[in-house]
Write a protein that binds this ligand. Structure first.
Ligand code: KG4
Ligand code: ZN
Length: 345
Protein backbone atom coordinates (compact mmCIF):
# COMPACT_ATOMS: atom_id res chain seq x y z
CA UNK A 1 0.00 0.00 0.00
CA UNK A 2 1.59 3.25 -1.16
CA UNK A 3 0.50 6.56 0.45
CA UNK A 4 1.31 10.01 -0.85
CA UNK A 5 1.25 12.66 1.90
CA UNK A 6 0.98 16.43 1.46
CA UNK A 7 1.82 19.17 3.99
CA UNK A 8 1.19 22.88 3.36
CA UNK A 9 -0.19 24.19 6.68
CA UNK A 10 2.48 26.84 7.20
CA UNK A 11 5.67 27.70 5.31
CA UNK A 12 6.95 24.26 4.34
CA UNK A 13 5.74 22.67 1.13
CA UNK A 14 6.21 18.92 1.53
CA UNK A 15 5.31 15.73 -0.32
CA UNK A 16 6.25 12.25 0.91
CA UNK A 17 5.67 8.71 -0.27
CA UNK A 18 5.37 5.84 2.21
CA UNK A 19 5.14 2.10 1.73
CA UNK A 20 2.78 0.34 4.18
CA UNK A 21 2.63 3.36 6.45
CA UNK A 22 6.16 3.02 7.81
CA UNK A 23 8.78 2.82 5.07
CA UNK A 24 9.75 6.27 3.76
CA UNK A 25 10.38 6.05 0.01
CA UNK A 26 10.51 9.83 -0.52
CA UNK A 27 10.36 12.85 1.76
CA UNK A 28 10.60 16.01 -0.34
CA UNK A 29 10.53 19.34 1.51
CA UNK A 30 10.81 22.89 0.25
CA UNK A 31 11.11 25.59 2.90
CA UNK A 32 9.79 29.05 2.01
CA UNK A 33 11.87 30.63 4.75
CA UNK A 34 13.86 32.83 2.33
CA UNK A 35 10.62 34.41 1.09
CA UNK A 36 9.47 35.35 4.60
CA UNK A 37 12.74 36.22 6.29
CA UNK A 38 12.60 39.94 5.47
CA UNK A 39 9.17 40.20 7.16
CA UNK A 40 10.34 38.42 10.34
CA UNK A 41 7.50 35.89 10.11
CA UNK A 42 5.26 34.00 7.69
CA UNK A 43 3.14 36.17 5.37
CA UNK A 44 0.04 34.03 4.65
CA UNK A 45 -0.68 35.38 1.14
CA UNK A 46 2.92 34.86 0.00
CA UNK A 47 2.88 31.38 1.56
CA UNK A 48 -0.32 30.36 -0.30
CA UNK A 49 0.98 31.50 -3.67
CA UNK A 50 4.28 29.74 -3.23
CA UNK A 51 2.68 26.45 -2.14
CA UNK A 52 0.60 26.60 -5.31
CA UNK A 53 3.72 27.16 -7.39
CA UNK A 54 5.93 24.49 -5.79
CA UNK A 55 3.53 21.65 -4.99
CA UNK A 56 3.40 20.08 -8.48
CA UNK A 57 7.22 20.10 -8.73
CA UNK A 58 7.65 18.58 -5.28
CA UNK A 59 5.16 15.83 -6.11
CA UNK A 60 7.13 14.97 -9.27
CA UNK A 61 10.36 15.03 -7.26
CA UNK A 62 8.89 12.68 -4.64
CA UNK A 63 7.73 10.24 -7.31
CA UNK A 64 11.19 10.30 -8.87
CA UNK A 65 12.87 9.70 -5.49
CA UNK A 66 10.50 6.80 -4.81
CA UNK A 67 11.18 5.41 -8.30
CA UNK A 68 7.53 5.20 -9.28
CA UNK A 69 4.83 6.86 -11.39
CA UNK A 70 1.42 8.24 -10.46
CA UNK A 71 -0.16 4.83 -11.02
CA UNK A 72 1.75 3.45 -8.01
CA UNK A 73 -0.18 5.64 -5.53
CA UNK A 74 -3.03 3.95 -3.59
CA UNK A 75 -3.97 6.65 -1.06
CA UNK A 76 -3.61 10.42 -0.71
CA UNK A 77 -3.28 12.02 2.76
CA UNK A 78 -3.22 15.76 3.41
CA UNK A 79 -3.08 18.15 6.38
CA UNK A 80 -6.46 19.93 6.52
CA UNK A 81 -5.92 21.82 9.81
CA UNK A 82 -4.94 23.55 11.96
CA UNK A 83 -2.83 26.10 10.11
CA UNK A 84 -2.99 29.12 7.82
CA UNK A 85 -6.22 28.86 5.86
CA UNK A 86 -4.82 29.92 2.45
CA UNK A 87 -1.93 27.43 2.54
CA UNK A 88 -4.31 24.68 3.78
CA UNK A 89 -6.73 25.36 0.90
CA UNK A 90 -3.89 24.89 -1.60
CA UNK A 91 -2.81 21.52 -0.14
CA UNK A 92 -6.32 20.16 0.33
CA UNK A 93 -7.43 21.21 -3.18
CA UNK A 94 -4.37 19.59 -4.71
CA UNK A 95 -4.99 16.38 -2.71
CA UNK A 96 -8.63 16.26 -3.81
CA UNK A 97 -7.58 16.76 -7.42
CA UNK A 98 -5.10 13.88 -7.16
CA UNK A 99 -7.65 11.64 -5.49
CA UNK A 100 -10.17 12.21 -8.29
CA UNK A 101 -7.61 11.99 -11.09
CA UNK A 102 -6.00 8.80 -9.76
CA UNK A 103 -9.30 7.34 -8.51
CA UNK A 104 -7.86 6.62 -5.06
CA UNK A 105 -9.26 7.49 -1.59
CA UNK A 106 -8.16 10.57 0.28
CA UNK A 107 -7.86 11.19 4.02
CA UNK A 108 -7.60 14.54 5.84
CA UNK A 109 -5.08 14.66 8.65
CA UNK A 110 -4.75 16.84 11.77
CA UNK A 111 -1.36 18.58 11.69
CA UNK A 112 -0.62 17.94 15.38
CA UNK A 113 -1.70 14.30 15.19
CA UNK A 114 0.67 14.05 12.23
CA UNK A 115 3.53 15.41 14.37
CA UNK A 116 2.87 12.54 16.81
CA UNK A 117 3.06 10.08 13.91
CA UNK A 118 6.67 11.17 13.38
CA UNK A 119 7.29 9.14 16.53
CA UNK A 120 5.47 6.14 15.08
CA UNK A 121 7.78 6.33 12.05
CA UNK A 122 10.97 6.54 14.14
CA UNK A 123 9.99 4.21 17.02
CA UNK A 124 7.41 1.75 15.64
CA UNK A 125 7.77 -0.46 18.74
CA UNK A 126 7.15 2.29 21.31
CA UNK A 127 3.37 2.25 21.42
CA UNK A 128 0.72 4.34 23.21
CA UNK A 129 -0.18 5.02 25.95
CA UNK A 130 2.33 7.84 26.32
CA UNK A 131 2.45 11.53 27.11
CA UNK A 132 2.96 13.60 23.96
CA UNK A 133 4.64 17.00 24.09
CA UNK A 134 4.09 18.86 20.82
CA UNK A 135 6.35 21.91 20.64
CA UNK A 136 6.44 23.93 17.44
CA UNK A 137 6.27 27.49 16.16
CA UNK A 138 2.49 27.59 16.52
CA UNK A 139 1.75 25.05 19.26
CA UNK A 140 2.77 23.88 22.71
CA UNK A 141 0.51 21.02 23.77
CA UNK A 142 0.66 18.33 26.42
CA UNK A 143 -1.41 15.42 25.17
CA UNK A 144 -2.32 12.10 26.77
CA UNK A 145 -2.12 9.69 23.81
CA UNK A 146 -4.05 6.56 24.77
CA UNK A 147 -4.21 5.20 21.25
CA UNK A 148 -3.23 6.49 17.80
CA UNK A 149 -6.65 8.12 17.48
CA UNK A 150 -7.37 8.86 21.12
CA UNK A 151 -5.94 12.22 22.20
CA UNK A 152 -6.68 14.27 25.33
CA UNK A 153 -5.07 17.70 25.48
CA UNK A 154 -4.31 18.38 29.16
CA UNK A 155 -2.20 21.51 28.84
CA UNK A 156 -1.46 24.20 26.30
CA UNK A 157 0.10 27.64 26.09
CA UNK A 158 -2.03 30.58 27.17
CA UNK A 159 -0.20 32.90 24.75
CA UNK A 160 2.96 32.30 22.69
CA UNK A 161 4.15 28.84 21.66
CA UNK A 162 7.64 27.75 22.73
CA UNK A 163 9.01 28.09 19.19
CA UNK A 164 7.32 31.48 18.82
CA UNK A 165 9.09 32.66 22.00
CA UNK A 166 12.42 31.63 20.46
CA UNK A 167 11.54 33.30 17.15
CA UNK A 168 10.65 36.51 19.01
CA UNK A 169 14.02 36.59 20.77
CA UNK A 170 15.59 36.04 17.37
CA UNK A 171 13.77 39.08 16.00
CA UNK A 172 14.88 41.18 19.00
CA UNK A 173 18.56 40.43 18.50
CA UNK A 174 18.58 40.06 14.69
CA UNK A 175 18.99 36.30 14.28
CA UNK A 176 16.59 36.02 11.33
CA UNK A 177 13.54 33.78 11.06
CA UNK A 178 12.98 31.10 12.27
CA UNK A 179 15.52 31.67 15.03
CA UNK A 180 15.31 28.26 16.75
CA UNK A 181 18.30 26.68 14.97
CA UNK A 182 20.52 29.79 15.45
CA UNK A 183 19.61 30.07 19.15
CA UNK A 184 20.30 26.34 19.47
CA UNK A 185 23.88 26.67 18.26
CA UNK A 186 24.65 29.98 20.06
CA UNK A 187 23.28 28.56 23.33
CA UNK A 188 25.68 25.63 23.15
CA UNK A 189 28.54 28.09 23.68
CA UNK A 190 26.82 30.09 26.44
CA UNK A 191 26.09 29.90 30.16
CA UNK A 192 22.46 28.89 30.84
CA UNK A 193 22.65 30.46 34.30
CA UNK A 194 24.07 33.83 33.17
CA UNK A 195 20.69 35.64 33.20
CA UNK A 196 17.92 34.65 35.65
CA UNK A 197 14.94 34.66 33.27
CA UNK A 198 11.57 33.77 34.83
CA UNK A 199 10.08 30.25 34.62
CA UNK A 200 6.47 31.26 33.93
CA UNK A 201 3.70 29.20 35.59
CA UNK A 202 6.16 26.62 36.91
CA UNK A 203 4.40 24.27 39.32
CA UNK A 204 0.92 25.61 38.38
CA UNK A 205 -1.21 23.09 36.48
CA UNK A 206 -0.26 22.00 32.96
CA UNK A 207 -0.87 25.20 31.03
CA UNK A 208 2.11 27.28 29.99
CA UNK A 209 2.82 30.92 29.15
CA UNK A 210 5.86 32.15 27.24
CA UNK A 211 4.92 35.73 26.29
CA UNK A 212 6.33 37.13 29.57
CA UNK A 213 9.71 35.71 28.70
CA UNK A 214 10.00 37.92 25.66
CA UNK A 215 9.00 40.94 27.77
CA UNK A 216 11.69 39.98 30.30
CA UNK A 217 14.23 39.81 27.46
CA UNK A 218 13.16 43.24 26.14
CA UNK A 219 13.60 44.70 29.63
CA UNK A 220 16.98 43.02 30.13
CA UNK A 221 18.21 44.23 26.72
CA UNK A 222 17.36 47.83 27.66
CA UNK A 223 19.83 47.59 30.55
CA UNK A 224 22.35 45.55 28.54
CA UNK A 225 22.49 47.01 25.02
CA UNK A 226 25.60 44.98 24.10
CA UNK A 227 24.72 41.49 25.27
CA UNK A 228 26.86 38.37 25.04
CA UNK A 229 24.57 36.59 22.60
CA UNK A 230 25.73 33.13 23.65
CA UNK A 231 24.75 33.70 27.28
CA UNK A 232 21.50 35.46 26.36
CA UNK A 233 20.42 32.58 24.10
CA UNK A 234 21.53 29.90 26.59
CA UNK A 235 19.67 31.53 29.51
CA UNK A 236 16.49 32.23 27.52
CA UNK A 237 16.44 28.72 26.08
CA UNK A 238 17.07 27.23 29.52
CA UNK A 239 13.95 28.93 30.91
CA UNK A 240 11.84 27.38 28.12
CA UNK A 241 13.45 23.95 28.50
CA UNK A 242 12.94 24.02 32.30
CA UNK A 243 9.23 24.79 31.94
CA UNK A 244 8.64 22.18 29.22
CA UNK A 245 10.51 19.43 31.05
CA UNK A 246 8.95 20.18 34.44
CA UNK A 247 5.38 20.31 33.09
CA UNK A 248 5.75 17.16 31.00
CA UNK A 249 7.31 15.10 33.79
CA UNK A 250 4.65 16.20 36.27
CA UNK A 251 1.88 15.43 33.78
CA UNK A 252 3.33 11.98 33.05
CA UNK A 253 3.51 11.25 36.78
CA UNK A 254 -0.07 12.33 37.45
CA UNK A 255 -1.47 10.47 34.44
CA UNK A 256 0.70 7.42 35.32
CA UNK A 257 2.55 7.35 32.00
CA UNK A 258 6.12 6.08 31.81
CA UNK A 259 6.87 7.25 28.27
CA UNK A 260 7.11 10.83 27.01
CA UNK A 261 7.23 11.54 23.28
CA UNK A 262 8.49 14.96 22.15
CA UNK A 263 7.70 16.15 18.61
CA UNK A 264 7.48 19.38 16.58
CA UNK A 265 10.16 21.79 15.42
CA UNK A 266 11.43 22.66 18.92
CA UNK A 267 11.98 18.92 19.57
CA UNK A 268 14.99 19.32 17.25
CA UNK A 269 16.64 21.48 19.94
CA UNK A 270 19.88 19.97 21.24
CA UNK A 271 19.57 21.33 24.81
CA UNK A 272 16.06 19.88 25.15
CA UNK A 273 17.28 16.56 23.73
CA UNK A 274 20.14 16.53 26.25
CA UNK A 275 18.36 17.62 29.44
CA UNK A 276 14.98 15.92 29.08
CA UNK A 277 16.06 12.25 29.05
CA UNK A 278 18.33 12.81 32.09
CA UNK A 279 15.61 14.43 34.21
CA UNK A 280 13.03 11.86 33.14
CA UNK A 281 15.34 8.94 33.94
CA UNK A 282 15.65 10.20 37.53
CA UNK A 283 11.89 9.62 37.82
CA UNK A 284 11.82 6.26 36.06
CA UNK A 285 10.47 7.66 32.79
CA UNK A 286 11.78 7.36 29.25
CA UNK A 287 11.77 10.14 26.65
CA UNK A 288 11.68 9.64 22.88
CA UNK A 289 12.52 12.13 20.13
CA UNK A 290 12.17 11.46 16.39
CA UNK A 291 15.27 12.25 14.31
CA UNK A 292 15.56 16.01 13.73
CA UNK A 293 14.37 15.87 10.12
CA UNK A 294 11.07 14.34 11.28
CA UNK A 295 10.62 16.90 14.11
CA UNK A 296 10.13 19.91 11.84
CA UNK A 297 7.23 20.01 9.37
CA UNK A 298 7.32 17.22 6.79
CA UNK A 299 4.86 15.13 4.81
CA UNK A 300 6.11 11.66 5.87
CA UNK A 301 4.30 12.15 9.20
CA UNK A 302 1.15 13.18 7.32
CA UNK A 303 1.28 10.10 5.11
CA UNK A 304 1.86 7.87 8.19
CA UNK A 305 -1.23 9.30 9.91
CA UNK A 306 -3.36 8.97 6.75
CA UNK A 307 -2.25 5.36 6.24
CA UNK A 308 -3.17 4.50 9.85
CA UNK A 309 -6.62 6.07 9.55
CA UNK A 310 -7.35 4.31 6.26
CA UNK A 311 -5.75 0.91 6.85
CA UNK A 312 -6.52 0.47 10.57
CA UNK A 313 -9.69 2.52 11.01
CA UNK A 314 -11.32 2.25 7.60
CA UNK A 315 -11.43 6.01 7.14
CA UNK A 316 -11.73 7.95 3.92
CA UNK A 317 -12.95 11.48 3.54
CA UNK A 318 -15.56 12.89 1.18
CA UNK A 319 -14.47 15.34 -1.48
CA UNK A 320 -16.46 17.97 0.48
CA UNK A 321 -13.95 17.94 3.37
CA UNK A 322 -13.03 21.56 4.13
CA UNK A 323 -9.74 22.85 5.52
CA UNK A 324 -10.06 24.21 9.06
CA UNK A 325 -7.68 26.86 10.40
CA UNK A 326 -8.57 25.95 14.00
CA UNK A 327 -9.07 22.23 14.37
CA UNK A 328 -9.06 20.90 17.94
CA UNK A 329 -6.98 17.78 18.62
CA UNK A 330 -9.04 16.68 21.61
CA UNK A 331 -11.11 13.71 20.55
CA UNK A 332 -10.14 14.15 16.90
CA UNK A 333 -11.36 11.12 14.94
CA UNK A 334 -11.96 8.98 18.04
CA UNK A 335 -15.74 8.75 17.81
CA UNK A 336 -17.53 9.55 14.56
CA UNK A 337 -19.89 12.41 15.39
CA UNK A 338 -23.08 13.40 13.58
CA UNK A 339 -21.18 16.04 11.61
CA UNK A 340 -18.62 13.44 10.70
CA UNK A 341 -20.99 10.99 9.04
CA UNK A 342 -19.71 11.69 5.54
CA UNK A 343 -16.27 10.44 6.50
CA UNK A 344 -17.00 6.77 5.98
CA UNK A 345 -18.37 6.85 2.46
O1 KG4 B 1 6.99 22.09 13.65
P1 KG4 B 1 7.58 23.26 12.92
O2 KG4 B 1 8.55 22.96 11.81
O3 KG4 B 1 6.46 24.17 12.31
C1 KG4 B 1 5.28 24.46 12.99
O4 KG4 B 1 4.32 23.65 12.90
O5 KG4 B 1 5.27 25.52 13.67
O6 KG4 B 1 8.28 24.19 14.04
C2 KG4 B 1 8.92 25.37 13.72
C3 KG4 B 1 9.49 25.98 15.00
C4 KG4 B 1 10.08 27.38 14.82
O7 KG4 B 1 9.61 28.21 15.88
C5 KG4 B 1 11.58 27.16 14.94
O8 KG4 B 1 12.28 28.28 15.47
C6 KG4 B 1 11.64 25.96 15.88
O9 KG4 B 1 10.55 25.15 15.50
N1 KG4 B 1 12.90 25.21 15.75
C7 KG4 B 1 13.79 25.06 16.75
C8 KG4 B 1 14.87 24.30 16.23
N2 KG4 B 1 14.58 23.99 14.93
C9 KG4 B 1 13.36 24.55 14.66
N3 KG4 B 1 13.78 25.53 18.01
C10 KG4 B 1 14.85 25.24 18.78
N4 KG4 B 1 15.91 24.52 18.36
C11 KG4 B 1 15.97 24.03 17.10
N5 KG4 B 1 17.02 23.32 16.70
ZN1 ZN C 1 4.23 21.65 12.63
Amino acid sequence: MITLGIETSCDETAVAILRDGNEILANAIYSQVDLHVRYGGVVPEIASRDHLKKLPYLAEEALKDAGMGWSGINLVGVTYGPGLIGPLVVGVSYAKGLSVALNVPFVGVHHLAAHLFAHRLSHPDVLPPFLGLIVSGGHTELVVVRDWDDFQVIGTTRDDAAGEALDKLGRLVGLGYPAGPAIDSLARKGDPEAIPFPRPMLGEGFDMSFAGLKTAAVRWLKDHPHPRLNDLCASYLEAIVDVLVDKAIRAARIYELEKIVVVGGVAANSRLREVFPERARERGMEVFFPPKELCTDNAAMVAACAHFLFAERGRRDPISLSPEASLPLDGWRRVPSAGDKGSRD
